[in-house]
Design a protein around this ligand. Structure first.
Ligand code: ADP
Length: 319
């Protein structure tokens, strides 16, 4: 293997830069040239490639976002788009590809592997919704960002004796909501995986006030329901002043945490090890502290289950 490519795709996640840096430097250390591809699969189709050297990835380990830029590309979901991308890789003499992104990006990586381009995936998504890895790059940073925001909301919630409904990212998965809900001592955590009754939640909030609680914080994963509507219903049913806040894209930004930098550096290094050993169509994951490689198709065949032990504990601790 003489030359590999690297791209970031789909939603950005803090720590992607640290992963790019690790792939580039480890590959160069092993005598392999690296080409960066701008804007994910869109750049693959448009042949938007740039040669990366040691210095081109300097001063990025601490930065959020991705220096290679990211995009969504519908054309790459088609066979024609994938073949165009493959031809461009071959034209540059690229013999292996590292794809950093979420589950959609892994599907793209899998498609390229099937066409014959050895591809390794690195999971990066603040939703942390990818199976066969305990953590995805960006989740820890996003969780800390949410907890920081919640600390601030809590100050005003307590002072005004208000109920706050806070919407966090997670259209199909409640990992971020659950994790941040526990870390910030939220009274209620609503996730798409588990149905809920608003009447029961209102009752719990009212009982909390009777016991002397000065505020209530309800965390809602975006896929669990409309946070504005949930806030309105709670206000109507409890008579307590309720505000809704959608944290939105600020959850994606910011300097990656130390944990995410180390995770990204380790996954990047492992991806190069795998490519060098001619391993293909695998995703790097961290399971119980070990860096492991799993078939991308196996990863994509299951959804990561919510940690039910944590979910049940959250309910007990929120009284
Ligand atoms: P994420 O990787 O964050 O989950 P998306 O789901 O938007 O983000 O996927 C990112 C990109 O991956 C898409 O815009 C598309 O180019 C590519 N992709 C997604 N699904 C597939 C698929 N089934 N086959 C090929 N490429 C795909």
């Amino acid at each position: 293997m003489n030359r590999i490519g690297i791209l970031t795709s789909g939603g950005d996640a803090p720590g992607m830069n640290a992963a790019i840096r690790a792939v580039v430097r480890k590959a160069l250390h092993n005598g392999i040239e690296v080409y960066g591809i701008h804007r994910g699969f869109l750049g693959l189709i448009n042949s938007d490639f740039v040669k990366l050297d040691l210095r081109s990835v300097g001063d990025i380990i601490h930065r959020g976002g991705t220096m290679l830029l990211t995009a969504r590309c519908e054309e790459f979901k088609t066979k024609e788009g994938q073949e165009k991308g493959l031809k461009n890789l071959e034209a540059f003499g690229i013999e292996g590809l590292v794809v950093i992104g979420g589950d959609g990006s892994l599907r793209g990586a899998n498609a390229l592997s099937k066409l014959g381009m050895p591809t390794i995936g690195i999971p990066a998504t603040i939703d942390n919704d990818i199976a066969y890895t305990d953590n995805c790059i960006g989740f820890d940073t996003a969780a800390n960002t949410v907890v920081d925001a919640l600390n601030k909301v809590r100050d005003t919630a307590t002072s005004h004796e208000r109920t706050f409904v806070i919407e966090v990212m997670g259209r199909r998965a409640g990992h971020l909501a659950l994790y941040t809900g526990i870390a910030s001592g939220a009274e209620t955590i609503l996730v798409p995986e588990i149905p809920f009754e608003l009447d029961a939640i209102c009752e719990k909030i009212k009982q909390g006030y009777v016991r002397g609680k000065l505020h209530s914080i309800i965390i809602v994963a975006e896929g669990a329901g409309n946070s504005i509507e949930i806030g309105k219903t709670i206000q109507e049913k409890t008579g307590l002043e309720t505000r809704a806040i959608i944290l939105g894209h600020l959850q994606r930004g910011g300097n990656p945490s130390a944990y995410d930098r180390i995770l990204a550096s380790s996954m990047g290094g492992k991806a190069v090890d795998l490519i060098t050993q001619n391993v293909k169509d695998k995703m790097v994951g961290v399971v119980n502290g070990e860096f492991v490689a799993t078939d991308i198709e196996k990863v994509l065949s299951v959804s990561k289950p919510l940690n039910m032990q944590l979910y049940e504990l959250a309910d007990i601790l929120s009284l």
